[in-house]
Design a protein around this ligand. Structure first.
Ligand code: IMP
Length: 215
């Protein structure tokens, strides 16, 4: 049976990735099944570099199986693309230090990040609050990358946090064409338009092609 290991230690992402990979015959495993697997430092300067780095690294520690890693984050126009690849550790002192792939940086929570973002955009009018979520998914086997796909979701930053669903910047991000934040949307509604939903639909196609070729 075709198998893939979701290579993330961020439980929120794991939940979304699992749901997004549903509906195929592919058996989905997580790193929990590989307790000896070491942690990786995300030192890349782009989403692509980090996704590949994580997929390659973890694929060497999952018993020859295919590893799927995602690197994602929020880029805000008024902040010249920040926090970008530093999204998880935006509010951490020394935010550029490499992070571990658990979702937030050392000593900095999702809420810290949202508060910092809203504070920096306090004087920024609606017309200049454009932002974009990006998600790059990489697949690797035995330390070699076999596929990389990307999904994006445009929107804007709200003036305050709204909603209790989702994770990370969801309470402050309103996707284009909506009046609700991601945190006010049910998981399936978020998945339809989200960066991760788009990237994972492409990754699913890549996985099916890969397993068909592998016979
Ligand atoms: P990384 O991909 O592990 O480097 O971290 C991505 C970070 O970007 C997360 O910890 C969140 O702060 C943020 N992020 C990524 N995707 C989402 C999302 O779908 N909703 C909200 N925040 C997200």
């Amino acid at each position: 049976m075709p198998q893939v290991v979701l290579a993330t230690k961020n439980q929120d992402k794991l939940r979304e990735l699992r749901r997004l990979l549903g509906g195929t015959k592919i058996k989905v495993l997580s790193l929990a099944g590989f307790p000896e697997c070491p942690d990786v430092k995300e030192t890349g300067k782009t989403f692509e570099a980090n996704a590949k780095l994580k997929a390659r690294f973890y694929s060497k520690h999952v018993g020859g199986l295919l590893a799927l890693a995602d690197d994602s984050g929020l880029t805000v126009n008024a902040l010249n693309g920040r926090p970008g690849v530093y999204s998880a550790r935006f509010a951490c002192p020394g935010a550029r230090f490499a992070q571990r792939s658990t979702g937030t940086g050392p000593g900095c929570t999702y809420q810290d990040n949202n508060k910092k973002l809203l504070r920096l955009l306090k004087e920024v009018p609606l017309s200049k609050r454009g932002a974009k979520f990006v998600c790059v998914v990489a697949l690797a086997e035995g330390g070699r990358c076999v596929s990389v796909v990307r999904g994006e979701c445009r929107g804007r930053i709200a003036f305050s946090e709204k909603g209790r669903l989702g994770f990370g910047y969801d309470p402050v991000f309103i996707p284009k064409g909506s009046i609700r934040t991601f945190a006010e949307m049910a998981p399936h509604a978020k998945a339809r338009v989200s960066h991760r939903g788009k990237a994972m639909r492409a990754a699913k196609r890549a996985l099916l092609v890969y397993f068909r070729r592998a016979g």
